[in-house]
Design a protein around this ligand. Structure first.
Ligand SMILES: [Zn+2]
Length: 262
């Protein structure tokens, strides 16, 4: 049974995590520390007081403007906070409460994946700090559920994923004479491999390619978005993240269904 009070706690926790996700989205691509200094207005530099830094609520109270200088605050802040609050609520409502490992995995990974996807989409880079966090999380979770053996398999899975992507990238470069997968994508699939295991990493690669074809190609054709260097490009990080979430939640079911076809 789901408990209303716990549901509210998940929602509030998600809003707070969303606030931190905003910090990651803004500071990581600019090479700023994510801890110091505290929140400040990008225009006038005024420190934001704790009571003006309450997720979602403060933006509404302040009418979307800095209390000190009146500069507009990006609506990205309350939107990301609300999105993360609802996502955390859904983690609680849609998973089996007995599956605590999956709940913790999703709660830890969601803000990282969200920030990574946003930054890759906006700047075409995947910050190493985020990739490394995913790898560390993957190895810790593997240790919790499988001990030293689990950690070993997780590292092997990461290596398999990275090598597969390296090969796909090299073949793609030869065939299309274009860089389709960046170094950031190859490191990311390695990090994700530690989370999903060897079978899972094949599924992540397949699903991310499928999602990229379904959503990425039409997007690039319609938006005519181009990389700073002129290449038309699909940021691949968001598809890897989405594919990883699908694999974590439904991976076993999908793999068993697929194997049952033969
Ligand atoms: Zn200001």
């Amino acid at each position: 049974m789901h408990d209303a009070l716990i549901a509210i706690i998940f929602f509030l926790l998600g809003a707070a995590v969303g606030s931190f996700t905003n910090v990651l989205i803004w500071r990581l691509p600019r090479g700023e520390s994510i801890l110091f200094p505290g929140s400040h207005c990008p225009k006038c530099g005024a420190k934001i007081k704790f009571y003006d830094n309450i997720p979602i609520v403060s933006y509404i109270v302040l009418g979307g403007r800095c209390r000190n200088c009146g500069e507009r605050i990006s609506p990205r802040y309350p939107i990301v906070e609300a999105f993360m609050a609802v996502s955390y609520l859904l983690i609680y409502l849609l998973t089996d409460p007995a599956n605590i490992l999956l709940i913790i995995q999703l709660a830890v990974l969601l803000p990282v994946f969200f920030a990574l996807s946003w930054i890759d989409f906006e700047h075409y880079v995947i910050p190493d700090e985020l990739t490394l966090s995913i790898a560390v999380a993957g190895i810790v979770f593997a240790g919790i559920s499988g001990g030293f053996k689990g950690v070993g398999f997780a590292i092997i899975a990461g290596g398999v994923g990275a090598i597969l992507f390296l090969v796909i990238s090299a073949v793609g470069k030869k065939v299309f004479r274009k860089q389709a997968l960046g170094e950031g994508d190859i490191l990311l699939i390695g990090a994700v491999g530690t989370l999903v295991g060897v079978k899972g990493v094949f599924l992540v690669i397949f699903l991310s390619a499928l999602l990229g074809a379904i959503f990425g190609i039409p997007f690039v054709l319609i938006s005519r978005r181009k990389k700073p260097n002129g290449d038309s490009a699909i940021p691949f990080g968001p598809f890897i993240c989405a594919a990883t979430l699908i694999t974590l939640i439904w991976g076993d079911k999908i793999i068993n269904w697929y194997l049952g076809l033969f």
